[in-house]
Design a protein around this ligand. Structure first.
Ligand code: ADP
Ligand code: MG
Length: 462
């Protein structure tokens, strides 16, 4: 009984520290909007990078021809080719392949990583079928989705600011990632030109806009989290270039690095951050994204074991292994609707090697998942609300325009309680009238096709 009391105390403490009531979410949303302004005003003016993407026009639908895309940004990378048929033909044909990156390459050398990617791409190109047509005498062109913070210097060049999401290769930091990829393509003997360097948010924004002209922003909730949106170029004080013809500029917010005293942080978050590959950075991402949610839960369960012998007197050795409990495991436990919570029992056994858990214990585990997932989802909703505020789309307007947010990422796609909490929280924050015109649209792998569309829009042959 004493044991349960202590476990309950840990749970209650967690619940209190993770609380994100409406007033606090409003503070977070306000802080996001304020930081957006600051990041646009000056380089380094904010935790939010607010990176100028050099994408000043989004796909129109006129794009034509064969284009490739490569998407690197998490544990998998994807290669894609698409035959675009212009206004009438749209996407004539599309093929995609997903390849997982061996863990040792994520912390090895730059050349090894890019050679691996180029080799996979070369293999994919060699399987190009008859349905795809490259115009006579043309070079194949590629949109490169590289979902790490990059300082763009043009639409097709940019240097890596830092790695995130478990990647860590020092020599790549500061290097032009297009040059790195292009040399690797040369080493493979693959004749292909990178005509657009974007990240997944910008790819998703482009792909989303191709499908729906009311798309104004894109959000990624996958291994990491980020957002991009369309800004008026004359509202970007730090932009000293010519004003683009469209008057628009797409901004890559790098919102994963947001932080604020209003964020509900716990001892678990602090320890996770301190022991991470990038301490002090990506604080918002560490509260929200798929890479971290399961790990936060593991840390809470470990504490409950240490303080309250949750799983018996000995600490199950696997529970001490960082990142062993993945967010998909957490999500499966959280969605368990069986009366005896058998999926929870099975996951505890299979993932953590903990046998014979009682129903009471399983309920406690679900309660931990619930607190951690809902905090993340509510904070993500507050981030979106902040962006809508900056765009002036958080208040009722006389013209009845829709506001569409293109969403991508495995966390949002598969973690139903997370996505439902996000949507209901956003509704709660916006109120009925405004939220009736705000739509979150799942753009499943929109970033791949988006990058191909941007490669087409920035073709050397235009
Ligand atoms: P990436 O973000 O690496 O480009 P995805 O968008 O496919 O790739 O997202 C993958 C991430 O989504 C995984 O790292 C995981 O955190 C999360 N995820 C995948 N499946 C699930 C699931 N069933 N439940 C919860 N989270 C999931
Ligand atoms: Mg992705």
């Amino acid at each position: 009984a004493k044991r349960w009391g202590r476990a309950d105390a840990v749970l209650r403490g967690l619940d209190e520290r993770c609380a994100a009531p409406p007033a606090r979410l409003r503070q977070v949303a306000d802080a996001v909007a304020v930081e957006m302004h600051a990041g646009l005003a000056s380089e380094g003016g904010s935790k939010l990078g607010m990176i100028i993407s050099y994408v000043d026009s989004l796909p129109s639908g006129q794009e034509k021809g064969l284009f490739y895309a490569l998407d690197l940004g998490g544990t998998n990378f994807r290669v894609l080719r698409v035959q675009l048929g212009g206004k009438e033909g749209r996407v004539v044909k599309q093929e995609c392949e997903e390849i997982s990156i061996p863990a040792h390459l994520m912390t090895g050398t730059s050349q090894e990583l890019f050679d691996f990617i180029a080799a996979a791409l070369a293999k994919f190109v060699s399987s190009e079928g008859e349905d795809f047509h490259l115009l006579e005498g043309r070079q194949r062109e590629l949109g490169f989705t590289f979902s790490f913070p990059v300082k763009q210097s043009s639409i097709a060049s940019g240097t890596l600011i830092k790695w995130t999401k478990g990647f860590s290769i020092d020599e790549t930091v500061g290097a032009d990632v297009v040059a790195e990829l292009s040399s690797a393509l040369d080493r493979q003997g693959l004749d292909m030109k990178v005509t657009a360097l974007v990240n997944d948010t910008i790819g998703t924004l482009a792909g989303g806009r191709y499908d729906d002209s009311d798309v104004v922003a894109a959000v990624i909730l996958g291994t990491g989290t980020n957002a991009a949106y369309v800004e008026r170029a004359n509202a970007i004080p730090k932009w000293h270039g010519l004003l683009p013809k469209s008057g628009d500029m797409v901004i890559n917010m790098e919102w994963g690095n947001f932080r604020s005293s209003h964020l509900p942080l716990t001892e678990f978050d602090q320890a996770l951050d301190a022991e991470s590959l990038n301490p002090g950075e990506q604080i918002y991402e560490k509260l929200i994204s798929g890479m971290y949610l399961g790990e936060i839960v593991r840390r809470v369960l470990l504490k409950m074991t240490e303080e309250a012998s949750l799983f018996g007197d000995d600490i199950p050795p696997k529970l001490k292994i960082p990142f062993i409990l993945r967010t998909p495991h957490m999500s499966m436990m959280h969605h368990d609707t069986s009366p005896d919570l058998r999926t929870v029992g099975a996951k505890l056994k299979d993932v953590l090697g903990i046998q014979g858990t009682s129903l009471k214990t399983r309920r406690l585990v679900v309660a931990v998942c619930d607190i951690v997932a809902k905090r993340g989802a509510r904070l993500a909703a507050a981030g979106i609300h902040g962006v809508l505020k900056k765009l002036g789309r958080d208040i009722p307007s006389s013209d009845k325009h829709r506001t569409v947010i293109a969403m991508d990422g495995g966390l949002y796609e598969h973690y139903t309680i997370f996505s439902e909490t996000l949507e209901s929280t956003l509704r709660e924050m916006l109120g009925e009238e405004v939220s009736s015109s705000v739509v979150i649209k799942l753009a499943n792998d929109g970033s791949g096709i988006g990058a191909a569309l941007l490669a087409a829009a920035h073709s050397q042959y235009l």
